[in-house]
Design a protein around this ligand. Structure first.
Ligand SMILES: [Mg+2]
Length: 155
């Protein structure tokens, strides 16, 4: 199963895998943002494979991924994140992140979203993401609410 969006002036965008960063994305200062788990479960129930790729800055990434119920891979730089994404073997990948290390995810994704939140975004990612939102819940809702996705993506 996958998500499909018919985007005017762009075509059909299909997503079967969502790669997410941990620090500054699913979490702010180490704590899972309230509302994240329910939204990820909704995406999983729609058939989306949700994967966390993190450099594990706080040492709790695997525990976080297990508590959310998503697959976890460690990657310690942008290139390693990119390699892990490519190893997943899907061409229909979306990414959510906030930092310079996530550029490897953004360049390999069909749609990429940056979350500003309390930890901020690095300036170098601005040219490489499609959409910037204030929070992870907005980023997940961007994929869950077809009208939001299409309204922001259409030409
Ligand atoms: Mg981050």
């Amino acid at each position: 199963m996958s998500l499909k969006y018919k985007v005017s002036g762009v075509g059909t965008i299909e997503i079967d895998t969502l790669v997410v960063d941990s620090n500054g994305t699913l979490t702010v200062r180490g704590e899972i943002v309230p509302g994240v788990i329910e939204r990820i479960q909704r995406l999983q129930s729609l058939g989306v494979h949700v994967v966390m790729i993190s450099s594990d800055q706080r040492g709790n990434a695997r525990e976080l991924a297990d508590s959310i119920g998503i697959t976890y891979y460690e990657a310690n730089n942008s290139r390693e994140k990119e390699d892990v994404l490519l190893s997943l073997g899907s061409k229909n990948v979306a990414a959510i992140g906030n930092a310079r290390i996530d550029i490897g995810l953004f360049v390999q994704s069909v749609v990429s979203v940056a979350t500003l939140q309390g930890e901020g975004i690095h300036k170098d990612i601005i040219a490489r993401v499609d959409v910037i939102v204030p929070s992870i819940n907005d980023a997940l809702d961007f994929f869950l609410d077809e009208n939001t996705f299409i309204a922001t993506m259409k030409r």
